[in-house]
Ligand binder design. Sequence first.
Ligand code: DAH
Length: 357
Amino acid sequence: MDDVRERYLSAIASAENESALEEIRLKAIGKKGEISLKMRELGKMTHDERKKTGPELNALKDEINRALSARKAALEDEALNERLRTEWFDVTMPARHRRQGTIHPVSQVTEEVTAIFADMGFSVAEGPQIESDWHNFDALNIPGHHPARAEMDTFYIHRDCADNRPPDVLRTHTSPVQIRSMQSHGAPVRLIAPGRVYRADYDQTHTPMFHQVEGLAIDADISMANLKWCLEEFVKAFFEVDGVELRFRASHFPFTEPSAEVDIRCSWKGGTLKVGEGDDWLEILGSGMVHPKVLQAGSIDPEKWQGFAFGMGIDRIAMLKYGIPDLRSFFDSDLRWLRHYGFASLDVPTLHGGISR
Ligand code: DAH
């Protein structure tokens, strides 16, 4: 019996893996294992022999079982220690460099404009880029024969020959959002509407698609004075200057009466633009008091309500603020250009400061 014990215990102690252990288990205490066979022979023994050998065999079986599970646990520990020793990585190593995309100047400037007007209580509205000619023209007091319609270089959307309705258009300005917003919100209302607009035109300062932001403020007693204050606040915050002189030049738009184009004082010394000083003037937007017919088209009673509107080119003010010379480059998707003029995603515009770089 001691012999058998010795043999199995030393085999278990030197087993190198779980399958070796299993083999030993079968040989010793499996159904046809050495010890199991010996237990079967108990029946043939005399009463005294059985009384002595039975407990000894049981104790041996238990001992082997314990040795097997102890060795199994030890093997598992060894395996874990081996993994801990070999599988590790250095968390202090620098991360592998990945190229990050940049925020396009148009997106950046749209965010800046939105932040500044939001601070003055303007919400943001959107409208469709494919627009009915009624929203784009008629509702804005630009009837069919009006020269403004011809001047806009409009893209028309094709209709079937059998369809007699006037064709839809790619909106030529963001002004139709005024009509849609007045219709859905009524008065009072204070909003800006940034977005894409389309005109068939292409040179250094014109692309067939570009961006505008429309402003609209309607209330019982809104005047040109409020327009002037809002625009001054905007220009100071956007161009990051304390004082700036605006020049309101009488102009004409069908949808406003009176109408004004707004210039800011600037200088071009040494080829770089400085806003707020100098002897030059730079046109930045069109504006005016919303025409009564436009209010009516938006289902707002012109006897009770009045207000101002303005429209500004986003790409244009982006070019001015960040010194980008050619508008066409905005839409070339040239990665070198995007890396140069793009913004890091964490350059979030601050409320009044625009962004400093
Ligand atoms: N819609 C005009 C354009 O595209 C810009 C404009 C001028 C908008 C005067 C206005 C405004 O709201 O009052 O050129």
